[in-house]
Design a protein around this ligand. Structure first.
Ligand code: NAD
Ligand code: MG
Length: 388
């Protein structure tokens, strides 16, 4: 199991839960990074005494440097500083809990530095799956999924012979608007969309759950992690979020992984694999739960699901386009610049209008396409923010 971790995005929902696990099992933390929340980052730095910390925002980093001047902790800033944290020499594993495609370059840097990766940042694989999986192989490192569904699939696969997998059954809570139709979603407020029935998560992924873009991104993520095609991955609505996903084997046996909805279980498994250690999470009591429900997804209302499937089938740069369009659209929705249903329209149009797709793609192609997609949507919607 892992003994020293760098945590990228340590102040977020996954980051703080990763530190819960590290605290419980005495895992040494060697680097911590955040976007701008220096108050929490300072507290974390004082508790875990890493070699270094990094803040994306230069001004906030300067303030943190003063605040930590009584310690030996090095303070870095900017994207370069985050890359330094990803490559921090004493860590064996990098937990990537950054939100968005901003996590891609740090993942690649960490792999190239020979680190194992505990990956929460699904956008890394959605946009850069072909590159990341190639680098993982070349550098002979391990990539452990943290996303609960992918951890569940990984757990179910333990002990299954190679080539025995027939299909993946990716479970989905259905988000805040399960059972609604498009016309019911015309006037959804930010507050309504930020209310998830089962999980407490960062704002971006909570909106992604409400549009079901999250499940679309997870289909693409699963395709890279488990070498599957679109048609090998089913989505099943399971309202209670107790079954975190299932696999169906060639003999039609179905194996599921269950547990309370608590991300510290998959985070811990990624850090202690193959060991099973006590967890800070609660025990599952199925008699108290009473029952579980399952439904087919509604592809008409939740268009992002089908759009992601199309992007996966066509491949190349289309998943990057879908992801970038979604990141911009969610940002604009959170700032009340567009309406809820505009999110899926923006993602759908970006994918169907993209004319420069190709199969053999480089990291530069991905980063350029990501930037161009953001700029063109920003221009179209007249957003004054610098979303590039
Ligand atoms: P969050 O918004 O709570 O935290 C994001 C972290 O990344 C913060 O520490 C923030 O400071 C940092 N960050 C934000 N923008 C950054 C940038 N441009 N560069 C560097 N750092 C930046 O998000 P979260 O909910 O913890 O999600 C993190 C990732 O994990 C996402 O990719 C999400 O899809 C995935 N994930 C989250 C959950 C969950 O339960 N929260 C579950 C499964 C997967
Ligand atoms: Mg998930």
């Amino acid at each position: 199991m892992t003994s020293k971790i760098s945590v990228l995005g340590s102040t977020g929902s996954i980051g703080t839960q990763t530190l819960d696990v590290a605290r419980m099992h005495g895992i040494k933390v060697t680097a911590l990074t955040a976007n701008h929340n220096i108050k929490l980052l300072e507290q974390q730095a004082r508790e875990f005494n890493p070699e270094m910390v990094c803040v994306l925002d230069t001004g906030a980093a300067a303030q943190l440097k003063i605040a930590l001047s009584d310690t030996d902790i090095d303070v870095f800033c900017g994207e370069e500083g985050i890359i330094n944290a990803a490559q921090e020499k004493t860590s064996d594993t990098v937990v990537n809990a950054i939100v968005g495609v901003a996590g891609l370059l740090p993942t690649v840097a960490a792999v190239k530095a020979g680190k194992n990766i505990a990956l929460a940042n699904k956008e890394t694989l959605v946009s850069g799956g072909s590159i990341v999986m190639k680098e993982v192989k070349e550098h002979n490192v391990k990539l452990y999924p943290v996303d609960s569904e992918h951890s569940a699939i990984f757990q179910c696969l333990q002990g299954c012979p190679e080539n025995s997998l027939k299909k993946i059954i990716l479970t989905a809570s259905g988000g805040s608007f399960f059972g609604k139709k498009r016309k019911d979603l015309e006037n959804i407020s930010v507050k309504q969309a930020l209310k998830h029935p089962n999980w407490s998560m960062g704002a971006k992924i909570t909106i992604d759950s409400s549009t079901m873009m999250n499940k679309g991104l997870e289909i693409i993520e699963a395709s890279w992690l488990f070498d599957c095609k679109d048609e090998d991955i089913d989505v099943l609505i399971h309202r209670e979020s107790i079954i975190h996903s299932m696999i169906q084997l060639k003999d039609n046996a179905v194996i599921a992984q269950l547990g309370v909805p608590d991300m510290r279980i998959p985070i811990q498994y990624a850090l202690t694999y193959p060991e099973r250690l006590p967890s800070p999470s609660a025990e599952l009591d199925l008699s108290e739960l009473g029952g579980m429900t399952f439904f087919k997804p509604d592809y008409e209302t939740f268009a992002c699901l089908g759009i992601c499937r199309e992007a996966l089938r066509k491949g190349g740069l289309l998943p990057t386009v879908a992801n970038a369009a979604n990141e911009v659209a969610v940002d604009m929705f959170l700032k009340e610049q567009i309406r809820f249903l505009d999110i899926s329209d923006i993602v759908g149009n970006a994918v169907s209008e993209y004319g420069n797709n190709k199969d053999d793609i480089s990291l530069d192609d991905i980063m350029n396409t990501d930037r161009e997609t953001r700029i063109s949507i920003k221009e179209k919607f007249g957003s004054g923010d610098d979303l590039s």
